[in-house]
Design a protein around this ligand. Structure first.
Ligand SMILES: O=P(O)(O)OC[C@H]1O[C@H](OP(=O)(O)OP(=O)(O)O)[C@H](O)[C@@H]1O
Ligand SMILES: O=c1cc[nH]c(=O)[nH]1
Ligand SMILES: [Mg+2]
Length: 225
């Protein structure tokens, strides 16, 4: 199993996840490779969530030759994936390869970078669009955003996700890259969530960017700025 416990989070340690994240970090990686890398990383993370966090059950199978026992992942029909626009879009495309029958929700959330961080290290977040499926007690909810920096966006998103949710069976916050401050903020405000990430970087800079990080994920994937 390639998921390890850390303070406030669990680390996805699959070698291909680390390999893919390293390519995403490089300033040499241009838009198309960056976007494809996020898709690939989403797929790997999805497989790792299934392997490390979901249950299997034994089932009777009849092959063309004999009866035997097979093993199935339980709960694959009860998965909800929340796409935090916009940087999560390619990441979610990859996740859907692991969870093709997931119900999907979309929340458009942006940091007000002109306002900057307040003295508590939080950004004002504007939420412009929210469209969520019904979330039931049987559901495994995965809220995906490749970057968890100050955690301001994720906290605002989780407020919306949990507003009408019926206490889902599992709630995962999945990021490619996290900063310690953001993990602590989300963990303290939403102790019911399991935080999953591929890497925890050293710090945030004065503009709230993860260092060493990978830069602005949305801008690199969508070729803005
Ligand atoms: O943890 P935080 O400090 O809130 O930062 C993380 C957020 O910042 C980025 O989004 P951004 O606001 O740049 O929007 P974008 O996806 O449209 O680029 C990223 O995709 C996260 O949503
Ligand atoms: O480092 C960061 C922080 C927030 N959003 C990004 O895309 N990158
Ligand atoms: Mg951005």
């Amino acid at each position: 199993m390639a998921i390890e416990d850390r303070d406030h989070a669990k680390l996805i340690t699959h070698a291909l996840a680390k390999d893919t994240l390293s390519k995403l970090r490089s300033v040499e990686t241009e838009q198309v490779a960056f976007r494809k890398g996020l898709v690939k990383l989403g797929r790997i993370c999805g497989y790792e969530i299934i392997d490390g966090e979901m249950l299997t059950e034994f089932v009777a199978i009849e092959t063309p030759l004999a009866e035997t026992t097979g093993e199935r992942v339980t709960g694959l029909d009860d998965v909800v994936i929340i796409n935090v626009l916009r940087a999560a879009t390619p990441f979610v495309e990859g996740l859907l390869k692991a969870f093709p029958r997931a119900k999907q929700g979309v929340i458009s959330a942006g940091r007000d970078e002109e306002a900057g961080m307040n003295e508590d290290g939080e950004f004002p977040i504007s939420i412009d669009y929210v469209k969520l499926p019904e979330i039931t007690a049987d559901d495994t909810v995965i809220v995906a955003d490749p970057m968890l920096a100050t955690g301001s966006t994720m906290c605002a998103v989780l407020d919306h996700v949990l507003e009408d949710a019926n206490d889902p069976e599992d709630l995962f916050v999945l990021s490619a890259l996290s900063a310690p401050a953001g993990l602590i903020r989300v963990d303290e405000q939403f102790p019911e969530a399991t935080l999953l990430t591929v890497a925890i970087d050293e710090k945030l800079d004065e503009d709230g960017f993860i260092v060493p990080g990978l830069g602005d994920a949305g801008d690199r994937a969508f070729r803005t700025k």
